[in-house]
Design a protein around this ligand. Sequence first.
Ligand SMILES: *Cc1c(COP(=O)(O)O)cnc(C)c1O
Length: 442
Amino acid sequence: MTLSTPRSQALFDRALAVTPGGVNSPVRAFGGVGGTPRVIDHASGAWLTDVDGNRYVDLISSWGPMILGHAHPDVLAAVTGAAQQGFSFGTASENEVALAEEIVRRVEPLEQVRLVSSGTEATMSALRLARGVTGRSVVVKFAGCYHGHVDALLAQAGSGVATFALPDSSGVPASAAGETLVLPYNDVAALEAAFAERGGEIAAVITEASPGNMGVVPPEPGFTSALRRITRQHGALLISDEVMTGFRASRSGWYGLETGAKGDAPGGYPDGPPDLFTFGKVMGGGFPAAAFGGSAEIMAHLAPEGPVYQAGTLSGNPVATAAGLATLRGCTEDLYPRLEQAATTIAEAASAALTEASVPHTIQWAGSMFSVFFREGPVRDFADAGTQDTAAHARFFHSMLEQGVHLPPSAFEVWFVSDALDQDAIGTVLDALPAAARAAAA
Ligand SMILES: *Cc1c(COP(=O)(O)O)cnc(C)c1O
């Protein structure tokens, strides 16, 4: 069986003429799996429909934001209502206050947030704030953690960069990357050594709260608390990037899981919470909205209160914040067990099919986030993730696509579930898995 995709092909050819690689974000180009991307016409609930009328169960969920499913009625009503009142004012408006309140309520250490339009802006601004607060310039990041396309953070990043195996990006000046120390994830000794040598120069350590951009590689017990202890000892800030995990791993993001009542909490923060958090994806509900925040004391360094400049014409946009607010209101306590149920059903079936076909694999979890690595586990860091059989993944991906299931087109990504995955959608995924596993083995 081959799906007929002439319109996708024609549109993608037009895109190639006017847009580099035919896409507006690299991982969409199918570079990691080959072939031509499907051009989507519309989406509803758990399903994407391409311009040729083919339907796919969506396990990308826009890389996280569509946690309630596509065009959720409550979000749609909020967006339509907001749009009818005007699109952007360039002055204060109510939705941005309500969204900030909702975020601050959910993540206990937060007192204030500043809204921005993308996760990249959030991490870039958090970094500037950390440098402003400490008067230091060096930043520590971990290999395989992706924090958006911020110059200083595009060193050994995961996500699309991992897919394309670029060690770095050209166009990033040596001076920008030269202030960045890249360490292996889950390696406390390497962190201690870096701080022993340059502790007095380090403004901040930035980490994905639980990395998802090299596939899901959760912090080992004690790693997060070591980050907090060591940064505090040396007067550096700890930035927890929850752009992916925020309001997805749990109602309060990874922070909620790590500190909450769940028995699987891998350590928590005996020495206090991170200083700054960044958010995006889910909190925008599919629109461009993101945020960074921390204590009122630290946030007071930002303009107009303080000397660290940060601004945005569309920051706190009333339509985007309406979408984000309606989405977060749908992210209730009882949503997460449902997401975990759907994720578990799919992950267990995937593992059974791959085992049946003798394909080496391992599945790793962070709350309701999971990813399938095409190698034996455990995967502890970026070096481990890089030894997957990406060719097997590509064959698996294309078989799933042909059978009407759209996985992320990269072996280094989370399979993002949504609350719209019903029996019909999950059944389609389960039915497709055995043939895809055989294709991976071939
Ligand atoms: C997606 C992501 C970003 C970047 O967000 P954009 O909105 O794509 O700029 C930053 N950090 C993490 C952890 C992410 O997953």
